[in-house]
Design a binder for this molecule. Structure first.
Ligand code: ADP
Ligand code: MG
Length: 258
């Protein structure tokens, strides 16, 4: 049996918010000992109300934050406190797509430039970069005419397509999607979801999908984990969670579906 693409065990992240020696606030408990597994080509949805720790999980996995405790394994390898070589693997194999489509795009860079930078950073040969940029743009449904535009000339949905292209440019295996459609118009959300689904199929990607959209969870995710106050209250096959939620918090959450 091959190792799961992602395995998280008893992951803890506490934030120290003290700004000086004179302060003595207790650390903020953002993630409080969660465990999850995502197998190759599968989608795990991570749901739960705002502030429950979902983003912190994703950000700790790619080492934006240092874990306070626990273990993160990528394809069987411990990457909790990554060594330099492991950081390189993480930066190309694992990509995070954020909720805000503008947050990762430099307003002064053309789309072409934004897509080229991660290729350079991960060592893609110079003569291959042009072609890769074009391929990626095409893959997310944007034509060449966007290459030399700036972010402000694009709609939210188009910007998110660029962000997805940027994430794909380095040929990742695992995408961490942090509410990638929450900031978009409803009509655009479905298109981005379709795109993500097609890409998963084509490229055999594995997804950790953070979302508020329960219809997306139901139609998309193989497994679902429900977070509340930094802990996973319940997890299992999506259909089981929806059919017979066991935890009162999950029941409350699912009954909020319009
Ligand atoms: P979610 O993504 O589920 O809305 P977050 O992971 O963003 O939740 O936040 C979980 C908790 O951690 C919240 O209480 C939040 O205020 C806190 N938190 C998140 N990031 C930081 C940070 N950089 N510094 C201090 N506290 C943080
Ligand atoms: Mg969040």
């Amino acid at each position: 049996m091959t190792a799961p693409v992602l395995e998280v065990k008893n992951l803890e992240k506490y934030f120290d918010t003290n700004t000086g020696w004179f302060e003595n606030k207790p650390p903020v408990k953002a993630v409080d000992g969660i465990s999850l597994t995502v197998d190759e080509g599968e989608t795990l949805a991570l749901i739960g109300e705002s502030g429950s720790g979902k983003s912190t999980v994703a950000e700790t996995i790619i080492n934006i934050h240092e874990a306070t405790g626990g273990l993160i394994r990528y394809q069987g390898e411990d990457i909790t406190n990554p060594l330099k070589e492991q950081l390189e693997t993480i930066r190309s194999d694992i990509q995070l797509v954020f909720q805000d489509p503008t947050s990762c795009l430099n307003p002064r860079r053309t789309i072409e430039k934004s897509l080229r930078v991660p290729l350079k950073a991960t060592g893609v040969a110079k003569d291959k970069r042009n072609q890769r940029v074009q391929e990626m743009l095409e893959r997310v449904g944007l034509t060449d005419e966007y290459l030399y535009k700036y972010p402000h000339e694009l709609s939210g949905g188009q910007k998110q397509r660029v962000n997805i292209a940027r994430a794909l440019a380095v040929e990742p295996r695992l995408l961490l999607l942090d509410e990638p459609t929450s900031a978009l118009d409803v009509s655009v959300q479905a298109k981005i979801i379709d795109l993500l689904r097609d890409l998963q199929e084509e490229l055999d990607l594995t997804y950790l999908f953070i979302t508020h959209d329960l219809s997306v969870v139901r139609n998309f995710a193989d497994e679902t984990a429900v977070m509340y106050l930094g802990e996973i209250q319940e997890k299992g096959p999506t259909e089981e969670i929806f059919q017979s939620p066991k935890h009162p918090y999950t029941r409350a959450l699912l009954s909020s579906i319009p």
